[in-house]
Write a protein that binds this ligand. Structure first.
Ligand code: ARG
Length: 288
């Protein structure tokens, strides 16, 4: 036969190269006082023991992973008696350096809000709002370039959506959550690339009307099935290229790679006992 045909290498790198990580600032709180002493979501079973040293070790892996990717991680001091404080995403929402504080739905977590406000006051944040309406920070608020997506149904009050829109001056899109296992928006939807308005979500976690809104706003979104949602695969954090997510969400790795992202699995199994994972532990401090 003629001269050998040079092997044509598939070019998955083409897409991959178009993904661009941007350096982030995160606020995290070590699970030094983590426990499951009450149950405010279906994942929490107070009769199951929690291994605090293991929870701390798993959390440190996540923190160090962010740092090794070039991100800045600030640490909030954990307080005794606030076992859920490790879920720092719930303590505030920060966009363009403006801070909307949290107001928790359950009395067990109420005091976390003040600890967060105090941190922002002592770290140079000038524009801070103590909310009137119940909102649990980035638990129910997700930010893309065009919108603030806002969950409701279990935790955040629908009235918090208007409050956030006025405070941030960004269009807030309300989304109704209907499955108690996905009680916060960040358990049912993740932003993969905010600049490009790219998200992934689990459709069954939303009401029919909200599903229709998501389809209209994000026609190319990655739709996540029940198994990966139940593995907390949507509780993910993306820097625009690297997507940190629970490693048990096995079905998400290939679809993410196909879209040019770099999925990085982490094991936060102990924190799952509190009903949270990667994103719940990570509050983004957005300067724009
Ligand atoms: N035990 C906490 C709660 O039910 C978990 C919060 C998880 N955080 C999150 N951003 N989804 O409030």
């Amino acid at each position: 036969m003629g001269s050998p045909v040079p092997a044509v290498r598939e070019e998955p790198s083409l897409l991959r190269e178009s993904r661009h990580a941007t350096p982030r600032r995160y606020l995290m709180c070590p699970p030094a006082h983590f426990k499951v002493t009450y149950s405010i979501n279906p994942w929490m079973d107070p009769s199951k023991p929690v291994d605090v040293p293991l929870a701390l070790a798993q959390w440190e892996v996540l923190r160090d992973r962010y740092r090794s990717l070039g991100h800045t991680v600030e640490e909030l001091t954990p307080l005794p008696g606030l076992p859920d404080m490790v879920f720092a995403a719930n303590g505030a929402t920060v966009i363009g350096g403006r801070v909307l504080g949290a107001r928790f739905a359950h009395p067990e977590r109420a005091a976390e809000a003040a600890a967060h406000l105090e941190w922002f006051r002592t770290h140079g944040y000038g524009e801070i709002r103590e909310p009137l309406e119940v909102n649990e920070g980035e638990g129910d608020f997700a930010v893309t370039a065009s919108y603030v997506l806002a969950g409701r149904g279990f935790r955040a009050s629908p009235l918090s959506h208007g409050e956030a829109q006025e405070f941030f001056g960004r269009p807030v899109i309300g989304l109704e959550l209907v499955d108690p296992r996905y009680y916060h928006l960040d358990t049912a939807l993740a932003v993969l690339d905010e600049a490009g308005d790219e998200v992934m979500y689990h459709p069954a976690a939303f009401s029919p009307g909200s599903r229709a809104v998501l389809r209209q706003l994000f026609p190319d979104a990655l739709e996540v099935d029940a198994a990966d949602a139940a593995a907390f695969g949507l509780n993910a954090v993306s820097d625009g290229r690297n997507v940190l997510l629970p490693q048990a969400a096995l079905g998400l790795f290939e679809p993410l790679r196909e879209r040019g992202f770099e999925p990085l699995g982490v094991d936060l199994g102990e924190l799952l006992k509190g009903g949270g994972s990667v994103k719940c532990c990570t509050l983004e401090l957005r300067t724009d």
